[in-house]
Design a protein around this ligand. Structure first.
Ligand SMILES: C[S@@+](CC[C@H](N)C(=O)[O-])C[C@H]1O[C@@H](n2cnc3c(N)ncnc32)[C@H](O)[C@@H]1O
Length: 193
């Protein structure tokens, strides 16, 4: 039976990974340079792929944990992470698993748009479950109109409707992006109430 895990793993094994840009999200790099989240604790990156964003958080002084449902992604992420880096990886399902720890921050980048839209309620529940009270949810969301994903698009309106019952929106803006996503991403900084 084809499961989401098999489907994602097949894509890594086939090298069919158009989201793989060989570097961390440009908007994340700028955000980390700002250092606007003062406590550099533990950050979870769900749907971390080959780990570029995980390594960027680790380089910025955080203890960074990448989580991915695809065993091949986790293997590649581990292989690409130099020893001594404060970046580790776990195989798991962000939506279904019980948290193995609670985090100070979650960073989202192309996981929300990767899951089936019918799972978006479960995604919001998961962000609340994996965070400590007062934890940060930093998201680079992909605001495209596509309904035949992945990637599945979303809008600022949908995100505000889904997250604002539980999180305070600190700020949101158009970040620097990979060239083929310029103007299509929005960076949100939320704090769990
Ligand atoms: C479009 S890729 C993006 C990977 C990475 N964030 C990047 O930008 O390079 C989506 C990733 O989410 C993972 N994924 C999908 N559903 C997941 C889930 N429920 N829990 C954890 N990871 C998941 C996939 O295996 C895949 O690595």
């Amino acid at each position: 039976m084809e499961t989401p895990q098999n489907a994602w793993d097949d894509r890594y094994r086939a090298g069919d990974t158009p989201w793989e840009k060989g570097e961390a999200s440009p908007g994340l790099i700028d955000f980390l340079r700002e250092g606007s989240i003062p406590n550099k604790g533990r950050v979870l990156i769900p749907g971390c792929g080959t780990g570029h964003d995980v390594r960027a958080w680790a380089e910025a002084g955080w203890e960074a944990v990448g989580l991915d449902i695809a065993p091949s992604a986790v293997k590649l992420a581990q292989e690409r992470t130099p020893s001594g880096t404060r970046a580790t990886y776990r195989l798991g399902d962000f939506l279904a698993d019980e948290p193995f720890a609670k985090f100070d921050c979650i960073f989202e980048h192309t996981c929300f748009c990767a899951i089936d839209p019918s799972q978006r309620d479960a995604y919001v529940t998961a962000t609340r479950k994996w965070l400590k009270p007062g934890g940060w949810y930093v998201a680079v969301n992909y605001l495209i109109p596509d309904t035949d994903g992945p990637p599945f698009g979303t809008t600022r309106e949908e995100l505000v409707k889904r997250f604002s019952p539980y999180f305070t929106l600190i700020r949101d803006f158009v970040p620097r992006s990979y060239p083929n996503r310029t103007g299509l991403e929005r960076l949100f900084v939320w704090q769990l109430a």
